[in-house]
Design a protein around this ligand. Structure first.
Ligand SMILES: Cc1cc2nc3c(=O)[nH]c(=O)nc-3n(C[C@H](O)[C@H](O)[C@H](O)COP(=O)(O)OP(=O)(O)OC[C@H]3O[C@@H](n4cnc5c(N)ncnc54)[C@H](O)[C@@H]3O)c2cc1C
Length: 454
C-alpha cells in the first residue's frame, strides 16, 4: 500500500483520542486530522467505565480541581448544546462512614476541597437546609459539599444506608453520564469537520532528525505527517517506545460488576455511594471454615480496603446497579480479554452490603452478575500526562487512570492548544512530562498524600 498525508495522526479512538480530534478539528479548525484505531471507536476502556465525574480532587495545589472544573464546564456546555444527549446528571458522590474517628477526615477533606476551588462546605445541622440532588439534570444545583453529622438527617435523606452510619459527605459538582453517548457526539462533530477514522494498528512511528515524519499502519499504509498524538490508553507505553520514549505510566486492573436487583433493594435515586471504612466481610461459619482451610482463599477472611462503591445504572425505573471495589492494585501488563477474580461479584456484593444492608438478601444467590472493566493507565501520583514528548511533533494525552471520562474534555482542549501553539491554561505545566525532572517535584512525590483514586 502507498503513502498518504495527514496534518495530525492520532493513535487511539478512545475518549482521549476522540476528544483530541474534536478539539483539533471543531474548536481549532485543523483540517485533515486522522484517527487510527485497531478497534471500533470507544470500545476498549472508554465504554467500560463507571462514567462518573467529580471536581473533588486532593492537592497538593489546585491544578487538579481547576482542570476538572474546566472539563465539567465543557461537559455542561456540550450537554446544553446537544439537548443533553449524554444524560449528564449531578447527583453527587456520597462518602459514608460508620467510624466516628473518621469525621475529622471528612471535615478536613471538605475544607481542603473548598480551599482548592471545589466549592463551599455546608455543615448540617447548622449552616442551611440540606438540598437533595434530583435524579436527572445538572443545572441550578449546589456545588461544594454538604457534611451531614446528624443521624436523623442521615436517616431521613439516605434511609438505605447502614444504621451504623455516623457521617456522610455529599460532594456536589459530581455525577455521571453516558460516556458512550458523549464520545459518539464528539466523534460525529469531529467527522462533520473532516476527521477521518482508519481502522488499523499503528505499528511504527518514523522519526527523522528528531522529528515525527510518518506513521506506519498494520494495513501497509504509511501516513506522512509531522504531528503524532499518542492516545493509546493501556498501550500508551508501548506506543511511546515506538519513538524511543519511555513513559512513566503503568497499568492497574479495575473491574466493574453489574448486578440485577429484582428485589428493588438498591435506591434508584441515589448518588454514587462510597463506603470509606476498611472492613472484614461477613461470611457464614461454614464459609469461614472452608476459606481458613485453603491458602488461596484465606485472604477472604482478612481486612479489605476502604472504597467499595456503587451507583444505580440506567433509568430510574430500571433494576441494575454497578458495584466496584479494587482490592488488588499491583501494576500489571494489559492483557485482553481481561482475566479477573471469579469471586469478585460475591466479594463486591458483600462489601456493599456493609453500607447497604438490604443487599444481604442476595448473599449466595446472585442474579447473574455481569463483570467487565479495564486498565487504569496511570502515573505514580495519579495525575495525567497531557503534553509534548521529547520528539518534535509528538504529543501524549495519557495517564488518565480512573478519571479519563471526566477529564477528556479539558485534556483534549489542552492537547489541541499544544499542537496549535494556542495559549495554555495555567494548569498546563502540572501535567507535563518534565515535572519529574524538577527536584522540588521529586521531593513532593516522596511524601505524596491522597491520590484521589477511587
Ligand atoms: C472499571 C473502570 C471504571 C472507570 N470509571 C471511571 C469513571 O467513573 N469516570 C472516569 O472519568 N473514568 C473512569 N475510568 C477511566 C476511563 O475509563 C479511562 O481513563 C478512559 O477510558 C481512558 O481513555 P483512553 O482513550 O485513554 O483509552 P482507551 O479507551 O483504552 O482507548 C485507547 C485506544 O487506543 C487503541 N490503541 C492502542 N494501541 C494502538 C495501536 N498500536 N494502534 C491502533 N490503536 C491502538 C485501543 O484500541 C483503544 O481503542 C474507569 C476505568 C475502568 C477500567
Amino acid at each position: 500500500m502507498g503513502k498518504t498525508m495527514a496534518n495530525v495522526v492520532i493513535c487511539g479512538a478512545g475518549i482521549a483520542g476522540v476528544s483530541a480530534a474534536y478539539h483539533l478539528a471543531v474548536k481549532q479548525g485543523i483540517p485533515d486530522v486522522v484517527l487510527v484505531d485497531e478497534r471500533a471507536p470507544l470500545t476498549l476502556t472508554s465504554e467500560k467505565s463507571t462514567e462518573c465525574y467529580r471536581n473533588w480532587w486532593p492537592g497538593p495545589g489546585d491544578a487538579m480541581v481547576r482542570f476538572m472544573n474546566r472539563s465539567i464546564d465543557i461537559l455542561e456546555a456540550l450537554a446544553q448544546e446537544s439537548g443533553n444527549v449524554f444524560r449528564l446528571n449531578r447527583r453527587g458522590y456520597l462518602f459514608a462512614t460508620a467510624d466516628p474517628a473518621r469525621i475529622p477526615d471528612f471535615t478536613r477533606a471538605a475544607d481542603e476541597a473548598a480551599m482548592l476551588g471545589a466549592g463551599a462546605v455546608r455543615t448540617h445541622p447548622g449552616d442551611s437546609e440540606y438540598v437533595p440532588a434530583p435524579a436527572e439534570d445538572f443545572e441550578g444545583l449546589p456545588t461544594g459539599s454538604d457534611l451531614i453529622l446528624d443521624p436523623d438527617l442521615i436517616r431521613k435523606h439516605f434511609p438505605y444506608l447502614s444504621e451504623r452510619t455516623v457521617a456522610v459527605l455529599h460532594a456536589r459538582r459530581c455525577g455521571w453520564m453516558s460516556a458512550q453517548q458523549l464520545g459518539m457526539y464528539l466523534l460525529e462533530k469531529a467527522r462533520e469537520r473532516g476527521v477521518r477514522f482508519l481502522q488499523a494498528g499503528v505499528e511504527g512511528v518514523d522519526v527523522r532528525g528528531g522529528r515525527v515524519n510518518a506513521v506506519r499502519l498494520s494495513d501497509g499504509t504509511t501516513l506522512g505527517t509531522g504531528t503524532f498524538v499518542n492516545a493509546a490508553g493501556p498501550f500508551q507505553k508501548r506506543v511511546g517506545r515506538m519513538m524511543g520514549v519511555d513513559l512513566p505510566v503503568f497499568c492497574e486492573l479495575h473491574v466493574k460488576v453489574a448486578f440485577r436487583d429484582p428485589a428493588g433493594v438498591f435506591p434508584r435515586n441515589a448518588p454514587l455511594l462510597i463506603w470509606t471504612d476498611p472492613q472484614t466481610l461477613s461470611w457464614s461459619a461454614d464459609e469461614r471454615a472452608v476459606f481458613a482451610a485453603s491458602e488461596e482463599s484465606q485472604s477472604l477472611l482478612g481486612e479489605f480496603p476502604a472504597g467499595v462503591h456503587a451507583r444505580p445504572e440506567g433509568a430510574v425505573a430500571g433494576d441494575v446497579f454497578l458495584g466496584l471495589w479494587t482490592y488488588h492494585t499491583d501494576p500489571v501488563e494489559p492483557v485482553f480479554p481481561l482475566r479477573h477474580d471469579p469471586e469478585q461479584p460475591e466479594i463486591v456484593l458483600r462489601g456493599l452490603a456493609t453500607m447497604l444492608p438490604g443487599l444481604q438478601s442476595y448473599f449466595g444467590r446472585l442474579p447473574r452478575p455481569v463483570t467487565d472493566g479495564g486498565y487504569y493507565a496511570k502515573t505514580q501520583e495519579n495525575r495525567p500526562l497531557v503534553c509534548p514528548l521529547p520528539v518534535t511533533g509528538a504529543y501524549l494525552i495519557g495517564g488518565l487512570s480512573g478519571f479519563g471520562i471526566m477529564a477528556a474534555c479539558a485534556a483534549g482542549e489542552l492537547l489541541a492548544a499544544y499542537v496549535t501553539g494556542s495559549p495554555l491554561p495555567s494548569y498546563a505545566p502540572t501535567f507535563r512530562l518534565e515535572r519529574y525532572e524538577d527536584p522540588e517535584y521529586q521531593k513532593l512525590l516522596e511524601n505524596w498524600g491522597a491520590s484521589g483514586q477511587l
